[in-house]
Design a protein around this ligand. Structure first.
Ligand code: CP
Ligand code: NVA
Length: 298
């Protein structure tokens, strides 16, 4: 059966552990030798494009980058026609889309694995790199709690999912109206051994946590809401006081791009507790592990 990486929840905890091990295993086989991988981007990207292109190269394959406007998913031709055609050229298809449903529709008709490179719903490749980095920095996360402060969005959702499935607790600090719904909190809490709690008080959310994550308050596609969001999120920027309230040795994490002075203060993201560059570099290793897994490496 063809496996797809649309969401972290597509995999069991054992499978996610295997992916994270593959991410760190030297000398993976050239499973993409002589084969192509389509990388379709409806939105801008630095980390995801470069890490995916190089992960494909590391596995012996050839990445083909295509801008969304060029193929026009559901504009020039249907998602299904694009997918069925491209699956004849490539061993894997990957897409960054505005609407999550587009990667779901790709997977529904694709004979080759489909990878979500960020949608409005989730960012699973980012979550794999986030977990890899936290494990490298802090060792075992058993009985630890990971905080996310800011917007409940694609990045925070995938991070919470991977934490819960791997038995790590999550503490969310999100403003009312931009937070995780009660129904979704229940969904998350049923995914695995980790427990998710939420408060609108950012300082309470980070208390005693081993890692403090945040993300932009205005995701790609939400630019028109920026002024309103900056008002709503006032007080949610991760600052030195928040890091001081976290556990001793706590790390700061951000998927990047970051907006200093908004969701994070310069003294935190550019300070000694920040792991954002290692986190960005781990996007390459996580992508290589995920692609190898989808190609059947164990
Ligand atoms: N974190 C992340 O996905 O970055 P890009 O948008 O630059 O790919
Ligand atoms: N939440 C952000 C993540 C960027 C990598 C966005 O969707 O724009």
């Amino acid at each position: 059966m063809t496996r797809h990486l649309l969401d972290i929840t597509d995999f069991t905890s054992d499978e996610l552990v295997t992916m994270l091990q593959l991410a760190q295993r030297p000398g993976l086989p050239n499973v993409l030798d002589g084969q192509g991988v389509a990388l379709i981007f409806e939105k801008p990207s630095n980390r995801t494009r470069h890490s995916m292109e190089m992960a494909v190269v590391h596995l012996g394959g050839h990445p083909v980058y295509t801008r969304g406007e060029e193929i026009g998913l559901d504009v020039r031709e249907s998602v299904e026609d694009v997918t069925r055609v491209m699956a004849g050229y490539h061993a894997l298809l990957a897409a960054r889309v505005f609407q999550h449903d587009k990667v779901v529709r790709m997977a529904a008709c694709s004979p080759v694995p489909v990878v979500n490179m960020l949608s409005d719903w989730s960012h699973p490749l980012q979550a794999l790199a986030d977990m890899l980095t936290m494990q490298q920095v802090h060792g075992s996360l058993d009985d630890r709690t990971v905080a996310f402060v800011g917007d409940w969005n694609n990045v925070s959702r995938s991070l919470a999912e991977i934490c819960v499935i791997l038995g790590v607790n999550v503490s969310l600090g999100c403003p009312v109206g931009y937070d995780c719904t009660q129904a979704e909190l229940e969904r998350l809490n049923s995914l695995g051994a980790g427990q998710v709690r939420q408060t609108a008080r950012a300082l309470d959310a980070v208390e005693g946590t081993i890692a403090v994550h945040t993300d932009t308050w205005t995701s790609m596609g939400q630019e028109a809401e920026k002024a309103e969001r900056v008002k709503v999120f006032e007080g949610y920027g991760v600052d030195a006081a928040m890091m001081a309230a976290a556990a001793p040795g706590a790390g700061f994490y951000h998927c990047l791009p970051a907006y200093r002075g908004y969701e994070v203060m310069p003294e935190v993201i550019d300070g000694p507790q920040s792991h954002v560059i290692a986190q960005a570099h781990n996007r390459l290793h996580a992508a290589r592990g995920a692609l190898a897994f989808l190609m059947g490496v164990r």
